[in-house]
Design a protein around this ligand. Structure first.
Ligand SMILES: [Fe+2]
Ligand SMILES: [Fe+2]
Length: 182
């Protein structure tokens, strides 16, 4: 089908997944260029907050999860509870990492950043491999299309140009690392 909401979320997932290799390549950057490491983490936190949380999690929390819970044949409410708890935990992670950057505890910040991205990728795998196929089987084509347009409305409301800009961040960061030979 053309206007597929699961595909839209999966596309956002693959944008988010791009930061994993960036974060791993930043290992030890603080020794070479302290300020640059801090600036890159700030940019990553901005990406997580504005893209992963605002553009992406909002679609799941406001549209997909409630639609699943309200579907009479959906019997896995505990999966949704778990995924919502993860979103909450991700918000906590960004706060903790920000505090560690502010107090200049960069090694600790990096350990937490790696744990965060690891948890985020596990979360994405559950959605891609389990939740989205359940949704595609439960909903009719017109229900799926309706969901797709509700997602689109969220993007329009938040700003599609902003979304495109945010989607550039993983690549920009990779370019910044290349300058330092990382
Ligand atoms: Fe999620
Ligand atoms: Fe997701």
């Amino acid at each position: 089908m053309g206007n597929n909401p699961a595909e839209m979320l999966m596309k956002e997932h693959s944008t988010i997944e791009q930061v994993e290799s960036v974060i791993h390549s930043m290992d030890g950057l603080w020794e070479k260029d302290h300020e640059k490491y801090r600036a890159m983490v700030s940019k990553l936190l901005y990406f997580f907050r504005e893209y992963s949380d605002v553009f992406h999690h909002r679609k799941e929390e406001e549209v997909l999860f409630p639609e699943l819970i309200n579907h009479p044949d959906f019997l896995l409410n505990e999966i949704i509870d778990e995924l919502e708890e993860h979103h909450e935990m991700f918000r906590e992670y960004t706060k903790e990492i920000e505090d560690l950057i502010e107090s200049d505890e960069l090694i600790k910040a990096h350990v937490l950043l790696k744990r965060y991205v690891n948890d985020l990728l596990d979360h994405i795998a559950v959605e891609n491999d389990e939740l989205f196929s359940i949704a595609e089987n439960l909903f009719t084509d017109s229900q799926l299309e309706n969901m797709y347009f509700r997602f689109k409305d969220i993007d329009l409301e938040l700003g599609e140009d902003l979304k495109t800009e945010l989607e550039q961040i993983p690549q920009d960061l990779r370019g910044e690392l290349a300058v330092n030979g990382f």
